[in-house]
Write a protein that binds this ligand. Structure first.
Ligand code: ADP
Ligand code: ZN
Length: 723
């Protein structure tokens, strides 16, 4: 019997599902997607419960469900996942649901019209008309524009033939979002190590059930080829596969790579999909019409009809953490989703996160190793350039030894990459006369000089201004000097050092479109540039056959962030960047410009002793009870007024539940004390591993006084960023 009331969860910042009356004409069940009145507007929501009782006194206040929408219902596994993520991250359930309902709007269908020969003789015969008829003589249907294009005639010729009844039109069925990949399209010949790994993955797919496997292989060892075997096997079992990538830029490149192996491109999912494509993809995923989705972290929340495998590529990448709205780590939540759905998940990386390595060492994750590069290529040899002894001249950033090596590489017809993780021309602009530094009016940060754009820009809030003609403090004219390097400044230096070299700067702020970036990456791969100067945009995934030399301009840069993961991040980033070198022909070389050649990170990179690095880092984490040996949560309290913000932070700290296993540190001013005009204070919560930190935080939040005015509290469980 149909239930009179249901609870509907709507995609807004609420934890609670609201009760609605079910009109007699629909029969609703949990998971059904409905339209309901919400205040003055209509909202799309999901039936969360149907065993709802409403006190008789409230009956006449309950509104009706407006419509049952024509989408497949959200499966119990996805609804459970929403509840789980919300409970873990302390984000309102409605906000987590919102990530599942990004289906956008299909809009009116645009029909494609096809043409074929109808039979009647043309009244008028011309050369153009004859060509069209010759093309269409094979009996195949073509769109009007295809027919015109193939025959080399204008659209008018086709229309004329239609008007004369020589051609007939018909409505073509819409093209599928993605055609079915062929698991046997191009299977590579594997090396022994690769075969062992791919066999193990295939077995985990055959057995189904929850399992986590780390594919841990040096850069260029064939991790992708190997996990493609797991993908192929899932396709053979008619299961859907999700491949997560940390960044959209990588997704775009990956599509062609996938097509080389499987004959067709997979479906893609990320924030830049056009609305109609988004709607069609969402629907096709829900209907089970798409077998493989490649996407950024939001693809984790799609309503898969029959998910059978998840791959998390570059699993260590910090971009998997969403830092606004629902603060979740897509890798961790992917493991949770795999566990809920009882399917295998594969984590791939050349520099796995310390968390994952610890899980592998404990035997909780299967660990497949690919220790060698494919094709017998050696890993690059790495040397330090000690900036204290052989640094560049003043105002320069490329040391003589690095410059010499770059010159040699170009002479050999190879490419060089100069890596500096700093956008713009210079990180600081200083008045030579009075020492005044140009700072952001809204943030506790210096303005970064962007010469290409002729602006000084704040990297935290986006504030920008033209470079001032005179110093705002001492009014000296033309007194400003740039301090420190950014990629744009390196370009200038490289152009002077290597006259005639073809130089490309790759930096996210200079990317005009994904299409353009793909073109530029392709140009590099084809050898159309000699020197690439890049930020972390170039660090990941890309394959540049002619690149044999990598120079790290400032290897110490990341170590200066005093956060618990600074060392790990620096190791991962530098290892990845150096790993771009020597992937195809010739020997790869990496040079680290550093003031601390004896730092454990530099030593591990030079000795190519990854295990030593992990062992040392794991020991530090264990001693200090940092993740994964202890748990962290961060509470960020911000507001327009410094004193009110600090007072509020103290009030919050004062009501923290007392627990002998939990330590609450702070409040302390955040390292970035002001952002967008808001003062920031941080509380850090530390607990033992295995402690239910989310439950503790929920208890705490229930006691926290309501934030008034501009005050705001943000909770971050398992924080990655400590700024
Ligand atoms: P990783 O993901 O570990 O960096 P890839 O899977 O991208 O490595 O492999 C590096 C390069 O070597 C790619 O161009 C890939 O196509 C090639 N490759 C790896 N294994 C094989 C194989 N067994 N047969 C042919 N080419 C391979
Ligand atoms: Zn700012």
């Amino acid at each position: 019997m149909a239930k009179p009331f249901v609870d509907v969860l709507v995609p807004v910042a609420l934890d609670q599902a609201y009760s609605y009356r079910v009109p007699a004409e629909f029969d609703l069940a949990p998971g059904d997607i409905v339209s309901v009145p919400l205040g003055a507007r209509e909202a799309v929501g999901v039936v969360w419960a149907d065993d709802v009782t409403v006190r008789p006194g409230l009956h006449n206040r309950i509104k009706d469900v407006e419509l049952k929408l024509d989408y497949p219902p959200l499966k119990p596994e996805l609804r459970k996942f929403v509840d789980w993520v919300s409970g873990y991250t302390l984000s309102p359930r409605g906000m987590v649901l919102r990530m599942c309902l990004r289906m956008g709007d299909l809009g009116p269908a645009r029909e494609k019209i096809g043409v074929r020969i109808a039979g009647s003789q043309p009244k008028r015969v011309t050369a153009a008309r004859t060509r069209v008829l010759q093309i269409l003589a094979d009996g195949l249907v073509r769109t009007k524009s295809e027919a015109a294009h193939e025959a080399g005639v204008s659209a008018g010729v086709i229309n004329g033939l239609i008007d004369d009844g020589v051609l007939e039109t018909l409505v073509l069925p819409p093209e599928p979002v993605a055609r079915k990949p062929d698991p046997d399209y191009a299977v590579p010949e594997f090396t022994d190590a690769q075969r062992k790994a791919s066999d193990a993955l295939r077995t985990s797919v055959d057995m189904s059930g929850f399992s986590v496997t780390l594919v841990d292989g040096v850069t260029g060892s064939g991790k992708t080829e190997v996990y493609f075997e797991a993908v192929a096997q899932a396709i053979r079992h008619n299961k859907q596969v999700l491949i997560l990538m940390p960044e959209i830029a990588l997704t775009a490149q990956f599509l062609d790579r996938f097509a080389e192996r499987f004959g067709v491109r997979p479906a893609e999912w990320h924030s830049e999909l056009a609305p109609r494509k988004r709607a069609r993809t969402w629907t096709a995923v829900a209907a089970g019409d798409v077998s493989v989705v490649v996407g950024a972290r939001s693809a984790l929340f799609l309503p898969y009809a029959d998910l059978g495998l998840i791959i998390v590529d570059e699993e260590h990448d910090p971009a998997y953490k969403q830092e606004d709205g629902v603060r979740y780590h897509a890798r961790d939540m992917a493991v949770v989703r795999a566990r809920e759905v009882k399917i295998p998940i594969v984590l791939a990386s050349a520099t796995p996160s310390v968390e994952t390595v610890v899980n592998a060492r404990r035997g909780r994750y299967a660990h497949l190793k690919l220790p060698e590069r494919f094709g017998g290529q050696h890993l690059p040899s790495v040397e330090a350039i000690d900036l204290r002894r052989e640094g560049p001249p003043r105002g320069r950033f490329i040391s003589p030894r690095l410059a010499e090596q770059v010159k040699f590489a170009i002479e050999r017809g190879e490419q060089a990459l100069l890596f500096l993780n700093r956008r713009g021309f210079a990180p600081l602009t200083l008045c030579n006369a009075c020492g005044h530094r140009m700072a952001c009016p809204n943030c506790d940060a210096w303005l970064v000089d962007h010469r290409f754009k002729r602006r000084l820009v704040c990297h935290h809030c986006g504030y920008s201004m033209p470079p001032p003609e005179q110093c705002p403090k001492c009014e000296a004219k033309g007194s400003f000097v740039a301090v420190g390097p950014g990629v744009e400044r390196l370009e200038q230096e490289a152009a002077e050092l290597f006259p005639g070299a073809r130089i490309l700067v790759l930096s996210s702020d200079l990317v005009e479109s994904m299409e353009r970036l793909r073109q530029e990456l392709d140009d590099v791969a084809q050898g159309r540039f000699d020197i690439v100067i890049g930020t972390q945009l170039v660090a990941k995934g890309h394959h540049f056959p002619k690149l044999n030399l990598v120079g790290i301009v400032d290897a110490d840069l990341g170590l200066a962030n005093g956060d618990p993961r600074a060392v790990e991040r620096t190791f991962q980033l530098l290892h990845q960047v150096v790993g771009r070198a020597g992937r195809e022909a010739g020997r790869g070389y990496g040079f680290l410009q550093t003031h601390q050649p004896d730092h454990p990170v530099m030593r591990a990179l030079i000795a190519q002793d990854r295990e030593a690095f992990y062992s040392a880092e794991i020991e530090v984490r264990e001693k200090t009870s940092y993740p994964p040996f202890g748990r962290l949560a961060s509470l960020l309290i911000s507001g327009a007024d410094k004193h009110a913000t600090e007072a509020h932070a103290r009030k919050i700290a004062a009501v923290a539940p007392i627990h002998d296993e939990v330590r609450v540190l702070g409040p302390a001013e955040a390292p970035l004390a002001v952002v967008r005009g808001r003062h920031r204070f941080r509380l850090l919560v530390k607990s033992p591993r295995g402690f239910d930190l989310s439950a503790y935080l929920r208890e705490w939040m229930a006691a926290v006084p309501k934030a008034k005015g501009t005050l705001k509290l943000e909770v971050d469980v398992d924080p990655q960023s400590f700024f």
